[in-house]
Write a protein that binds this ligand. Sequence first.
Ligand code: PEP
Ligand code: MN
Length: 338
Amino acid sequence: MIVAMQEKATEEQIDAVISAMVEAGVGVHRTTGAMQTILAGVGPTAGLDLSKFENLPGVLRVHRISSPYKLAGRGFRPEGTVIEFANGVAVGGERIAVMAGPCSIENEGQILETARRVKAAGASFLRGGAYKPRSSPYAFQGLGIDGLKVMYDAAQKHGLLTVSEVMEISQIEHMLPYIDLFQVGARNMQNFNLLRELGEVRKPVLLKRGIAATIEELLLSAEYIMAGGNYDVILCERGIRTYETATRNTMDISAIPMVKKLSHLPIVGDPSHGTGRRDMVAPMARAAVAAGADAILVEVHPNADKAASDAAQTLYLEQFEELMGQLRVIASAVGRTL
Ligand code: PEP
Ligand code: MN
């Protein structure tokens, strides 16, 4: 941490700040300039409440230099994390993984046809929501565990892995037999009780960025899961809410290389929720791969216009197949495969 003192700070005030830092277990290195004194603090500052120092008399500003997340930070595993799944699928390695399927699992026919086609096109995960976080309580809420069973069977038949959203702690146990990857949705990114519980589970977690969350908050949420011993966390950029209304969300492509820089965890691009528009999904999926995403998550449906949820952003299977061809070309241009 760096404490910049005000120009008019007195020697007593500087001494009081040094004492407070030492008391907090921080080693202090003082630089006395012609105008201003700077105090550099070295040591266990991650859990410190910096406002405590900012409020001391004579202090101008306090900055944190080291990251407040330790396990999620790049320094913990500089080489990067690769998460291994069954069937030889890995997320975070050279090969970009593709997760595709409807927003909601609706019926057997829908999910079987989707599984068959996305597998043939090269996807490795079948996605489908069974517990849906809908903005309206009157909208379709999902099929629950019955939906998960249908998706699991379809995935087994076609050699796919499954990913689905968990909305609350009580669902974890029921979902375990049917899913390979727990999705934590944007609305639950800071449901810290749920995150802690997923830290106790030995199954990977796909953690979506909250609608108004900063990258630091996303990484701190990952830290909650990792602090429990579950290091298999995959992050997801799914768009954030900005002042722009032309798209449902603003897909923050720059979050992808930024997360890669700050963290060792793999990151997925979700251009479906990131834009909310079918015609914008492919361009943003291509951009996400170009920017270094380790996987892509896309909503697809055999009858996209009639999807029970998120129809406006859902690709037809033919569009998905075309997109996969484009993504392969971009992947090879950035030294990856797909
Ligand atoms: C979803 O994946 O269908 C979903 C609800 O995503 P998000 O949490 O990003 O809105
Ligand atoms: Mn959706």
